[in-house]
Design a protein around this ligand. Structure first.
Ligand code: FES
Length: 471
């Protein structure tokens, strides 16, 4: 055992040339992407719900919130991008307040993702986030958004990362990404903070720098004085400081993030040390009006794209659901060719379509009058129960008892409704109710404005009347 502890010279790792993101070949491929790669796509903004799974206090008044998507999908993004999050700061009954936060995690670990939020005591949203977002909190998100990110492939991969204060968050995502990938790279980080104990992620930064020979990290305190034991730089960003940490700055791609004043200074200094404009990428963390308007335009565009993509996904949903492994058991008809209900082993009851009659209750007549063509009364009817669910796209009527959850009955009858948590949390089973009444006991998987728009979660809802459903 003891010889393990004897220090022997360690050889440098052998690495392939340059950096390449894992998804790069899929994107360049003319072939359809392989299944695993498809799971990690698409690489465009989407609207989705995410559940907080962990909160991690960080130095400098920051807090990292770790999320996972409620629909179980990974979040595909590029290191440096951000998400726009709707926070119900004024209560669930009021319009949420949107804010954008850079992703601080690496896209190479896409099953969870994090944002890191600095508490601004005078702000509206960040104190609410620190005080209210906890494991289990579900929030509406839009993303990924933003052109400030690492390239998908870079044969040279020489970077200078400049970060000030909370500007470290997208830089952290970039650094974590590079550290997680093979490939030759050369990264210098220069991180400015206002006080010695206020550098978020400093433990992880020290760890990465100690085990990854491709990475060097330097710290600098501003000009408000420094403690005696401080070993980093002091003073504001200067060209001498840049030249000291990266004498070859003009041969590097520079990514800089921080407050506006810091970035304006950085632009001047980088020019002075010979860095070409085309090698400089910046993300403003507090901007003037023009920057804020640019952000708003970016988010509006992302939202339009998300909407288009959602429509495309809805159009191809059938193919998608058919390609899902049947082991999930979510989309399979619950009856076989002989008409036996798999769950109960009972024969499937095929009920001849009935004309709306005097027997039918108020719900049915309302449903029928509201139902769009085709006419639900011509659909086959399956199952038993006192109420009827008409699924307009599937073209089937399902009989159900008032105490039975709608999702189970629908899926047994082969109606394709995606589902995940089955507890009203994730929102993935959300469908539109065209008419009728349901009783819903959800756990945050749907927002009030969606309910007002006629949506409901069939996994946690029971029918109160006959229903007509857009599924
Ligand atoms: S399956 Fe998650 S909310 Fe319905």
């Amino acid at each position: 055992m003891t010889e393990l502890l004897i220090e022997t010279p360690v050889r440098e790792p052998q690495r392939i040339r340059g950096l390449e993101m894992p998804w790069n070949r899929v994107m360049g491929s003319t072939e359809a992407p392989a299944r695993a790669a498809r799971a990690l796509g698409p690489w465009h903004p989407q609207e989705f719900m995410a559940e907080c799974v962990e909160t991690i206090p960080e130095a400098g008044g920051m807090m990292t919130l770790v999320f996972r998507r409620c629909d179980g999908a990974p979040l595909a993004f590029r290191a440096g991008q951000y998400v726009n999050i709707a926070f119900p700061v004024n209560g669930e009954e009021h319009e949420p307040v949107d804010r954008s936060y850079s992703l601080s995690s690496s896209p190479t670990e896409p099953w969870t993702f994090s944002v890191t939020v600095k508490r601004d005591p005078g702000g509206l949203v960040s104190p609410w986030v620190h005080d209210n977002v906890r494991p289990g909190t579900v929030l509406d998100m839009l993303g990924p958004v933003g052109a400030f990110h690492l390239p998908d492939a870079d044969r040279r991969a020489r970077y200078l990362f400049l970060a000030a204060g909370a500007g470290i968050t997208p830089i952290m995502s970039m650094l974590r990404t590079i550290h997680s990938l093979p490939g030759t790279a050369n990264v210098v980080v220069l991180y400015h903070g206002a006080e010695a104990g206020g550098f978020a992620f400093h433990r992880e930064l020290a760890y990465i720098a100690s085990v990854d020979p491709r990475v060097k990290v330097f710290y600098a305190l501003g000009d408000r004085g420094r403690p005696e034991e401080w070993e980093g730089f002091s003073g504001r960003l200067s060209s001498a400081m840049i030249e000291e940490v990266a004498p070859d700055a003009n041969g590097r791609q520079v990514y800089a993030c921080g407050p506006e004043g810091y970035l304006n200074t950085a632009t001047e200094l980088l020019k002075k040390v010979g860095v070409d404009d085309t090698s400089i990428y910046m993300e403003f963390f507090s901007g003037d009006r023009k920057t804020l308007l640019e952000y708003q335009a970016e988010i509006a565009l992302a939202s339009d794209i998300a909407e288009e993509i959602a429509e495309e996904i809805a159009d191809s949903a059938e193919d998608y659901y058919e390609s899902q492994p049947s082991a999930f058991g979510l989309y399979e008809p619950g009856y076989d060719a002989e008409g036996t209900l798999k769950a109960s082993g009972l024969p499937l009851e095929i009920v001849e379509p009935e004309a709306p009659s005097s027997e039918a209750g108020k719900g049915t007549s309302e449903a029928d009058s509201a139902a769009p063509s085709p006419d639900a009364s011509s659909f086959d009817t399956v199952g038993t129960g006192s109420l009827t669910l008409s699924f307009m796209r599937t073209g089937i009527n399902v009989r159900i008892d008032p105490e039975e959850h709608i999702l189970g009955a629908a899926q047994r009858a082969g109606v394709r409704i995606g589902a995940n948590c089955k507890e009203g949390m994730c929102g993935s089973c959300k469908v539109v109710k065209l008419s009728g009444e349901v009783e819903m006991n959800h756990q945050g998987g749907i927002r009030k404005r969606e309910i007002d728009a006629g949506k409901f979660l069939p996994c946690c809802s029971t029918a109160q009347t006959d229903l007509v459903i857009d599924a």
